[in-house]
Design a binder for this molecule. Structure first.
Ligand code: GTP
Ligand code: MG
Length: 249
């Protein structure tokens, strides 16, 4: 081949989220375009190449199109293990993947009403958002504001919280985590205005605000959206998530 042809890395979309959220099931659904396959707890990351289009005819279809028309954008969907002991694998993907265009953070909306699921889910999300906030405020060449979709999965189950409650539960828990992680700072009696930029860098969202909201990530140009769906059933299905991704690659 011509030596002038340059190999281009396609953009990546990272699938993050705790174990059992449905990440691998979603990957197989997008890959096959129909029924997802049975999954096991993931221990390694895997990526597949997909093509998405924002053209109106195929926008709701997540079949793995071949790009014959030139209207599709090729991208890599990267699945990561959610288990807490493998968090370094997932966070490593976040830190090292080139051309990450978006993060899809999958949560199990049917289990999020339980504190034992909410707490570790929010703790993981906190780490992801703080990482992205630091990336957005960095001065290096890899400075970027990466949008986040919180995909509230398993809406087919009767215990599933609606998207608005997934959002508010997570915001409440993130507020609590932020308060406890910055406790030393707040207790030191230093006024907010006297705090150095280093401390501010460790604070998620609007500095000094009482309650954390996803909207505060807008200060860093990071768009966070919560959309409900289901991998295993056709209704509500995964179309909205696919469309969100298609618009961001
Ligand atoms: P790790 O690999 O451990 O990080 O988990 P994961 O996020 O990859 O979860 P996985 O895709 O393996 O799915 C976990 C379980 O949830 C599987 O039994 C799936 O069949 C099930 N599941 C995924 N999506 C849905 C859904 O929309 N509804 C229901 N009811 N179950 C789902
Ligand atoms: Mg998995």
């Amino acid at each position: 081949l011509s030596s002038s042809s340059t190999y281009t890395v396609p953009p990546s979309v990272l699938l993050l989220g705790p174990d059992n959220a449905g990440k691998t099931a979603l990957l197989t659904l997008f890959e096959r375009g129909a029924k997802p396959s049975a999954t096991h707890t993931s221990q390694v990351s895997q990526s597949i190449e997909l093509n998405a289009s924002t053209d109106s005819v195929t926008k709701a279809s997540f079949r793995n199109h071949d790009d014959a028309t030139g209207t599709h954008t090729k991208f890599l969907l990267v699945d990561t293990p959610g288990h807490g002991k493998l968090r370094n694998v997932a966070m490593g993907k976040l830190a090292r993947t080139e051309k990450t265009k978006a993060v899809v953070f999958l949560v199990d909306a049917a289990a999020l009403g339980e504190q034992e699921t909410l707490a570790p889910t929010a703790a993981y999300l906190y780490d992801v958002l703080l990482f992205l906030q630091k990336k957005a405020t960095s001065k290096g060449k890899d400075k970027a504001s990466i949008p986040v979709l919180i995909a509230a999965n398993k809406m087919d189950l009767f215990t599933a919280l609606p998207a608005t409650m997934v959002k508010s539960h997570l915001e409440t828990e993130l507020t609590r985590i932020r308060a406890s992680r910055s406790k030393g700072l707040l207790d030191s009696g230093v006024g907010i205005d006297d705090v150095g930029s280093e401390e501010q860098d460790g604070w998620l969202g609007e500095y000094g605000s009482e309650k954390f909201t996803f909207q505060q990530m807008g200060e860093f140009d990071i768009d966070v959206e919560v959309l409900a769906g289901s991998v295993l059933t056709e209704e509500p299905g995964a179309d909205k998530w696919w469309w969100w991704i298609a618009q961001r690659i």
